[in-house]
Write a protein that binds this ligand. Structure first.
Ligand code: NAP
Length: 315
């Protein structure tokens, strides 16, 4: 018979690993399913300057590696698997993963949010060949080149400004003429000599599929319908993130954009009522702050709630 675990944590980013440290120290031997993007978004970041306790900053991958080591010291184990389906109404909770089935008394969902893509076949074909969703990871490859950034929010502005360190020219393409980004960021972008703004414009195709590398974009002006080509060697997407909670649709309350709705910070609900033993933390339930430190904070809360739940149920 399959063993019943006390705690399974989905996701190995800042939230999941903090939950693993706390549940590990509580003697719950947490199993961490590392998910599609092991280490989460910090593992693809460079310098993190706002995580308290690191006066000179810390590299994102180092921070994650240390958290992983720290949780392992208290008994956390890791599996390179992701969740395919789950039955959250059963007791114990049943989880079907990419490698098997697991039974657990508590489940902590820390599956994060992944970068959003335009969804064009040509874009998908050229990911890693000039198309990227991570300026800090890939900006370096575009030294002295002309590139484009897509989006009109703070992420796109931040990416464009960051990429001016490498690229000779950046065209920021946005589908409307109003920006979601804060005024200060838009002003900085608009004033930057290396950045050109192209509003009311959509990307219809990324050119270069046959050559195996980005060589330009086919653009359409949404006001005039005019189609044009822009020669660039890279395209960075800064169009937001998708929470990784689709596998729980129908089993827990999600908001209109698919983020997990929680009560008392980390309790997952179905029709507004808490689901026994199921908790969520980090970016999958936080569309507002999305910071490493807030993810860590909610990971801690989820772990303490899981511990309390087990104690109250005699485990
Ligand atoms: P966001 O604010 O949701 O903006 C996403 C942008 O991408 C929007 O301009 C949207 O256009 C565009 N977009 C979405 N789907 C698209 C598609 N299929 N094709 C073309 N364009 C598309 O996301 P975000 O910029 O990632 O920011 C998320 C949150 O994090 C915000 O609260 C933001 O303030 C915060 N953040 C803050 C900072 C900072 O303060 N330094 C940095 C990064 C993020 P529309 O406007 O037309 O919908």
């Amino acid at each position: 018979m399959t063993d019943i675990r006390d705690t399974v944590i989905l996701g190995s980013g800042c939230a999941g690993l903090t939950a693993a440290i706390y549940t590990g120290r509580a003697g719950l031997n947490p199993l961490v399913l590392e998910g599609h993007e092991p280490g989460g978004q910090l593992s693809i970041t460079s310098l993190v300057e706002n995580f308290p306790g690191w006066p000179e900053g810390v590299q994102g991958p180092d921070l994650i590696a240390n958290m992983k080591k720290q949780a392992a010291r208290f008994g956390a184990t890791y599996e390179l698997a992701h969740v395919v389906a789950a039955d959250l109404s059963s007791n114990p909770i049943k989880i079907k993963t990419s490698t098997g089935e697991i039974l657990t008394r508590t489940l902590i969902v820390a599956s994060g949010a992944s970068a959003r893509w335009l969804g064009l076949p040509s874009e998908q074909a050229l990911i890693g060949k000039g198309v990227s969703s991570c300026a800090t990871c890939d900006g370096f490859f575009f030294r002295g080149k002309e590139i484009a950034v897509s989006g009109g929010g703070d992420s796109a502005m931040e990416e464009a400004l960051f990429l001016t360190r490498f690229a000779s020219k950046i065209t920021l393409i946005h589908r409307r003429d109003e920006f979601r980004a804060s005024k200060i960021m838009v002003d900085r972008v608009a004033a930057h000599p290396q950045i050109e703004l192209r509003t009311n414009t959509v990307i219809e195709e990324v050119l270069g599929v046959e050559e195996g590398e980005v060589r330009g974009l086919k653009l359409r002006d949404v006001k005039t319908g005019a189609v044009s080509e822009l020669a660039v060697s890279g395209l960075f997407l800064g169009i937001g993130h998708e929470p990784n909670a689709k596998m729980f649709a129908g089993q827990m309350d999600l908001d209109q954009d698919g983020y997990i709705k929680t009560v008392s910070n980390v309790l997952c609900t179905l029709n507004g009522k808490p689901i026994p033993g199921v908790f969520a933390c980090g970016d999958v339930q936080d569309r507002r702050y999305r910071q490493a430190i807030t993810a860590a904070g909610s990971g801690c809360m989820a772990a303490l709630e899981a511990e309390k739940y087990l104690e109250e149920h005699g485990h």
